[in-house]
Design a binder for this molecule. Structure first.
Ligand code: SAH
Length: 388
């Protein structure tokens, strides 16, 4: 039977249950259809598991099962395990917007599945996962019985796989917008043309943190998108919460989320502006600043420029926060790890000439698990700083 065979000594990562096989680790590949699932063997012929292969990608193979487990059975089981984990932690009467499948974090390379109330949104980043879509849709549809299943595979990463951007309705009727609950707070989620699959689910725990620390403070929420941090700050007793985003559509969505939560126009202003410029203008005095920028480093080669950007906004934020105040600062670039991000924040504080202490550290919410065998699934990190 045909199989992919690894070079001698290049089987360690796969033996350690890492999902990726780089082309340089492969000794022999048989003729195969792009996206096909093949057995993977070490140089001595031992079966390591099964992977789907795409000759166009530098990550030539992605493991979907390990050892002798059949690949389709492993996909089905990993989907069920992913759902079981979420059922343990979420009560749908309190939180009905969650990530059900977090790609390699749940052992399913390239697959994201998010649930927004009764609408399921799928995102596939790889050719192999595209081919497994019928199996995924069937398994999740049976388990969840959603009103609609939408596909939002509009990721730049698909280009490297030779795939088009896809936005489609896989089952049910098209849905543009859905109202969800997160920790009892309602939000509008834009499913058509929104960012990510619709909502930054990964910040759920940080939203709770903002709610806990906002009482009596004047909050400036930068890179605000849906305005969710502003909503939580106000529900937590903030005096006001102003929001900044370069996208007018985002600021209009944030306004809708204020309306949905009964927050009036005195609660805060929405600025459609570039944060790099906004922070240089004199504005109202805030004593709680939030910085949640998009990933500045999308690949390793971007790290130096990204750190310059992170340092810039953090320096400006640390300079202008009223003391004693708080700065909640994030990086969602996988390539900027927590140690490097702390270094950047340290340099920003030094250049701003402010005393800053880290009170808490944050990561992506628990429905975005990090696979211990595949640390690339770790990307979001944040610090709550106290400035006095
Ligand atoms: N905190 C948000 C998610 C932030 S996503 C939430 O909880 O929902 C990053 C946001 O930054 C996007 O909405 C994007 O429009 C915005 N953005 C990107 N570059 C920007 C810039 N230079 N200035 C202001 N906003 C920017």
């Amino acid at each position: 039977m045909k199989a992919a065979v690894l070079k001698p000594g290049r089987d360690k990562a796969v033996r350690n249950r890492h999902h990726w096989i780089f082309s340089g680790a492969i000794r022999d590949l048989p003729d195969f259809e792009p996206g096909e699932i093949l057995p993977v063997r070490d140089a001595g012929g031992d079966l390591l598991g099964h992977a789907f292969f795409n000759p166009r990608s530098s990550i030539a193979g992605r493991m979907i099962s390990f050892g002798s487990e059949a690949p389709e059975a492993a996909v089905r089981e990993n989907l069920e395990r992913a759902l079981a984990l979420r059922r343990t932690f979420f009560d749908p009467a309190v939180t009905n917007a969650l990530r059900l499948v977090n790609a390699e974090g749940d052992g399913l390379p390239g697959l994201v599945a998010d649930l927004y109330d009764d609408v399921l949104v799928l995102q596939s980043a790889t050719l192999g996962m595209d081919k497994l879509k019928p199996l995924v849709v069937d398994t999740l549809a049976r388990a969840l019985k959603p009103r609609a299943i939408l596909e939002r595979s509009d990721l730049p990463a698909r280009r490297e796989e030779g795939l088009d951007q896809v936005e489609a309705v896989l089952a049910g009727e098209p849905v543009d917008r859905v109202r969800v609950l997160e920790n009892g707070v309602p939000y509008w989620v834009n499913l058509a043309g929104g960012q990510k699959t619709g909502f930054y689910l990964d910040q759920r725990e940080s939203r709770q943190l903002v709610r806990a620390h906002a009482a009596g403070r004047k909050v400036l929420n930068m890179f605000a998108y849906s305005g969710s941090f502003s909503v939580c700050a106000l529900l937590g007793g903030a005096v006001r919460a102003d929001s900044v985003d370069s996208s007018a559509a985002a600021m209009s969505l944030a306004q809708d989320n204020f309306d949905l939560n009964g927050l009036g126009s005195e609660s805060g202003t929405f600025f459609t502006a570039d944060v790099f410029e906004f922070l240089r203008e004199p504005t109202l005095e805030h004593d709680f600043l939030i910085l949640d920028p998009p990933a500045f480093a999308k690949k390793r080669a971007d790290v130096v420029a990204a750190c310059r950007g992170y340092k810039d906004i953090n320096r400006l934020a640390l300079k202008r926060v009223r003391a004693p105040g708080l700065v909640l600062t994030f990086s969602c670039s996988h390539f900027v790890d927590e140690g490097l991000f702390r270094q950047v924040v340290f340099e920003a504080a030094a250049e701003a000439g402010r005393r800053a202490r880290i009170l808490q550290r944050h990561r992506q919410a628990l429905d975005h698990p990090v696979n211990v065998y595949h640390p690339e699934t770790d990307y979001l990190k944040g610090f709550l700083l106290y400035v006095d």
